[in-house]
Ligand binder design. Structure first.
Ligand code: AMP
Length: 113
C-alpha cells in the first residue's frame, strides 16, 4: 500500500533496524521503545488491522506468534516474561494501520491497562 509506513519499511524505502526477515515476515525495533525489548513483527502483505486476516492467513498468524517467542528467547526475556500484543482500531489504541505484533519485555510491565 503506497502510503503505509510499514509497507515502506518492508520495501526498504524507510530505514528500520531489522531483526528478522523472510519472504512473509519482517521484525524490526520499535522506533519509540516502551521497554528494553520492543520489537514489531509485521506480515509483508498489507493487512490493515486484526479484523482483516482470514482462514488463508492461519499459518501466517501462527508464524508471527512463533517468531515472537523466538525473539523473546534471543533477547533473553523469555524466562523473566514479556508481553505480545496487537492493538486493533481506535479503542485498541492502534496508530499504524498495518497489522503488527508488539513484543515487549525486559522490565516488569505490570497489569494491562
Ligand atoms: P500501534 O499503536 O499498535 O499502532 O503501534 C505502532 C507502533 O509503531 C508504535 O509503538 C510506534 O512507536 C511504532 N512506529 C511508528 N513508526 C515507526 C517506524 N518508522 N519504525 C519503527 N517503529 C515505528
Amino acid at each position: 500500500m503506497s502510503d503505509c509506513i510499514f509497507c515502506k519499511i518492508a520495501d526498504g524505502e524507510i530505514p528500520a533496524t531489522v531483526v528478522f526477515e523472510d519472504d512473509e515476515l519482517l521484525a524490526f525495533e520499535d522506533v519509540n521503545p516502551r521497554a528494553p525489548v520492543h520489537v514489531l513483527i509485521i506480515p509483508k502483505e498489507h493487512l490493515s488491522t486484526m479484523n482483516d486476516p482470514g482462514p488463508e492467513h492461519e499459518t501466517l498468524l501462527g508464524r508471527m506468534m512463533l517468531l515472537a517467542s523466538r525473539i523473546a528467547k534471543e533477547r533473553g526475556v523469555s524466562e523473566g516474561g514479556y508481553r505480545v500484543l496487537v492493538n486493533c482500531n481506535a479503542d485498541g489504541g492502534q496508530e499504524v494501520f498495518h497489522l503488527h505484533m508488539h513484543v515487549i519485555g525486559g522490565r516488569r510491565l505490570g497489569p494491562m491497562a
